[in-house]
Design a protein around this ligand. Sequence first.
Ligand SMILES: *Cc1c(COP(=O)(O)O)cnc(C)c1O
Length: 457
Amino acid sequence: MEADELRKLPSVDRLLQEEAIASLAVQWGHDLTVHAIRETLEETRQMIREGGICPPLPGLARQIAERLTAHLRPTLRPVINATGVIIHTNLGRAPLSAEARAAMDAVAVGYSNLEYDLKTGQRGSRYVHAEELLCRLTGAEAALVVNNNAAAVLLILMCFARGREVIISRGQLVEIGGGFRIPDVMRQSGAVLVEVGTTNRTYLHDYEAAITEATAALMRVHRSNFQLLGFVHEPSLSELAELATKRGLLLLDDLGSGTLLDTAAYGLAHEPTIQESLAAGASLVSCSGDKLLGGPQAGIIVGRAELIARLKKFPLTRALRVDKTTLAGLQATLRHYLLGEAAEKVPIWQMISQDEASLRARADAWVRELHELGVAAQVVPGRSAVGGGSLPGQTLPTYLVALEAESPNAIAARLRSGDPPVIARVEDDRLVLDPRTVLPDQDATLHRLVAQALRSA
Ligand SMILES: *Cc1c(COP(=O)(O)O)cnc(C)c1O
């Protein structure tokens, strides 16, 4: 029986003569096609040995075609974010504005003056490109952009505190995610971590008492992904700045998210802004480019000119440098802030500032359009999260579209296997879609994919 079935398996040559496969060979080339045929035959042989039967020729041809498409599909693909988490680290954080994308494309397509001074015709520095904008927006004397904020923190500690002590509150020894823990980064940098205070209460005199000959800096780390509530105390940044100045120490502030706009104006808790941090007297402030700033992945360092100058010359900086497309995208994003148009043009701020009425109207329209495709759904009130290591526990009211489905997890899995994949949320045993994070031009695609996923259920 098994031998009979194995004998039915066509040869590679026979399959290549099959019209559907011959056209694949024209499209993808002979070698890739033969490779996919061999893999499919091997898998089928295995399946027959385990008691299966030989599929008919068209079935095999379909499997080969699917294998070829899967091989050639990029692993990094766009997805539709229907989770309502605005800065979703797993989904690539901030979507970029049209202007930022255009700026990145413009420098990607050809050559640029990345490290070329157009006035003198001599070698220039890539670090000048976003610097002036950052200084104007934050009030900093100087700025430097590196690969990401983790790199920024490591670089600062290595450059200014290697082999010396850095004092930090026990309430700020945080883990950001992806294994980025402040105590580990300190160790890696060669700085000696000096913990002061307790988890919930740290006083200025705790810092003061810990200062020794070996102290290089006081450091503050923003608790960007959790809240401390109740019986808590921490000195303000300006109190720390005063102490640092008096004792000739640096004050380093890892802001994490780093915002230029006041989140309180959008119904959220107040997230410390970069400007406030500098005004309070921090020597160096670092933050991410792709959290609340809404730009490409980058680590932004702003602060005192002589410190930034030392960072620019520090050898590790070369290993953490940013690409031309990042600088172009960041510059275009920062321009939106300078022009006072960030809330309208920067996608994450558009999402944060959407009002309830327009979210409701969009959810209602989705339900109507889904209904026309034969999908039963209803609008329910819910919450969207800012996410991405910013504004912990802070949510915004939204309207969700809940799908009626027997097994919401199975539908969620089917949505993830769509093209493009749709990432939804399962809440209270329901599959829900949040319009807040779905880009305006994705509505029709989303509805088609949802109808498809439910039909094949
Ligand atoms: C997110 C975050 C980081 C890491 O920033 P990346 O840009 O992801 O490298 C560091 N510190 C804090 C406080 C953060 O919130």
